[in-house]
Design a binder for this molecule. Structure first.
Ligand code: ZN
Length: 488
């Protein structure tokens, strides 16, 4: 027996089986139950969300020997023939290949005759927006005064291209993209019914890749079943979709979050050299970052994660913490358009990675500005001060935090260069103030110059009395410090 593709074998045969189109289905069911269904419908929406399926169901509903009914029997001759596309009274036309005026004229000839067997002659035109202007004009005449035994059903993925004169003569039903969870559940239902293996995370990945289209999801699943001999797992999905396995993105983020720029770039280059698409790699790293945020906030937010994936990601998530991860994700997403549109997408991806890798430095800088950390060892804003601890404020003006910082983030990501004094300083503002005062007193008592870094900042402030005391571009972030204590 030949294999029937899932999109066909699992095409819904009842309105109730349709996925995610409650509004459209409810409208049609009510109209059928009350006998007030229209003579022309316009179904619009994304590809593969059920427009043609509903068109056939509607044809069955009006022609079933039990009908018109919202629950066609599915076994009478009309129902069966419509289901397999052989009904003489239900005509399906592809608007893309029958788009001229002559095609519409032929159709109009058909309208003169009563249906051969059924109650209604149902004419379904798919991708109706492809018709020519002349064809639409010819169609309009038939829509203005249709014979009582005709039902038109038009389907389109681009309603905007259908003339208003046509639209206004149709009942319009909007088909929505189907939710990822609904698609995932349907995939798992199919796997269980057809007895093949499909891991929950693979089902979720397929559903996510289908972007709201059930048909796309089922086609992908067909492809994966053939590829894996019915053992569909994450690795197979990654291969077929061209996405890197989670291990790759997790490792890259782990390295970059630790500030290891060179190692991160080497990892990226290795992936790109093996033929990995930069946009997809970027997208998947963003997806992994989001999963890490979710894990840090509440693991229940990612129910589709397998045990192995959870074990891999949990330590990274815990090491970085929700706040840092959220900001890293924001930083990453800033590169979205750049990576998609760049003439050199590999370079754009590398720039995004480099910025992510500067993250520990940003955190150290923030800790320093907040008065609870040391000067970043790799040439932070306090120039050549080495490990001289600089208290926020000191004898100079109150040094404000950056636009993004609130409090020094204690939960820094695993960094290769941890600031040793970071945990020694208490985090409470009261204590920080006490320390400041002590330092100030001590400074006055000993009549010593203010710490070098602060002095330096003052010099800059005098040179530029505007607002910016010191600025530093750190991994693309402009960190500004104002003498008036306000962040920039
Ligand atoms: Zn029937």
């Amino acid at each position: 027996m030949t294999y029937q593709v899932l999109a066909r074998s699992w095409r819904p045969q009842r309105f109730a089986d349709l996925l995610g189109q409650e509004a459209a289905v409810q409208t049609l069911s009510n109209a059928l139950t009350s006998g007030t269904f229209g003579q022309a419908y316009m179904f619009s929406g994304l590809r593969g969300v059920g427009k043609t399926t509903v068109a056939r169901l509607l044809a069955k509903a009006v022609n079933c020997t039990d009908g018109p009914t919202a629950e066609p029997c599915g076994v009478c001759e009309s129902c069966r023939e419509i289901a397999d596309g052989s009904s003489i009274d239900v005509i399906e036309i592809d608007g893309a290949s029958n788009r001229g005026i002559d095609d519409v004229r032929e159709l109009r000839e058909l309208l003169k005759f009563h249906p051969t067997r059924d109650r209604y002659r149902v004419i379904i035109i798919d991708e109706v927006h492809m018709l020519t202007r002349e064809a639409f004009n010819a169609l309009l005449k038939s829509l203005e005064e249709p014979p009582p035994y005709i039902v038109w059903i038009f389907a389109t993925t681009e309603r905007i291209k259908v003339p208003d004169t046509i639209l206004s003569r149709c009942q319009q039903l909007d088909f929505r993209p189907v939710g990822t969870d609904l698609i995932r559940d349907r995939l798992e239902e199919i796997a269980s019914a057809e007895s093949f293996s499909l891991t929950p995370s693979a089902a979720a990945a397929i559903a996510g890749a289908a972007e709201g289209s059930v048909r796309d999801a089922l086609s992908l699943l067909d492809q994966l079943r053939a590829f894996t001999a019915d053992e569909v797992d994450d690795e197979a999905v990654a291969k077929v979709l061209g996405v890197p396995p989670l291990e790759v993105t997790a490792r890259l983020i782990e390295i970059l979050a630790a500030g290891e720029t060179a190692a991160g770039l080497a990892g990226l280059r290795e992936q790109l050299a093996s033929g990995q698409d930069p946009s997809i790699l970027y997208q998947e790293m963003g997806r992994t970052l989001r999963t890490l945020v979710y894990l840090a906030l509440d693991p229940a937010l990612v129910p589709t994660l397998s045990e192995a994936q959870r074990e891999r990601l949990q330590p990274i998530s815990e090491a970085c913490g929700a706040d840092a991860l959220t900001r890293m994700l924001g930083l990453w997403l800033e590169h979205d358009l750049l990576v998609k549109d760049a003439s050199n997408r590999e370079l754009a991806l590398e720039v995004a990675a480099m910025r992510l890798a500067r993250w520990p430095s940003v955190q150290q800088l923030e800790a320093w500005l907040a008065g609870s950390g040391q000067v970043p060892p790799d040439g932070g804003p306090g120039p050549e001060t080495g490990s001289t601890p600089i208290s926020g404020g000191g004898a100079g003006p109150s040094v404000a935090k950056t636009q993004t910082s609130r409090k020094a983030t204690a939960a820094a990501p695993r960094t290769s260069k941890p600031a040793p004094a970071e945990t020694e300083e208490p985090d409470e503002p009261e204590n920080a103030l006490e320390n400041e005062n002590e330092l100030e007193q001590e400074s006055q008592r000993q009549n010593e110059p203010a710490p070098v870094g602060t002095d330096d900042l003052l010099t800059v402030a005098k040179a530029d009395p505007g607002v910016v005391l010191a600025t530093r571009i750190l991994g693309g972030d402009v960190v500004a410090v104002r003498p008036d204590g306000k962040g920039s």
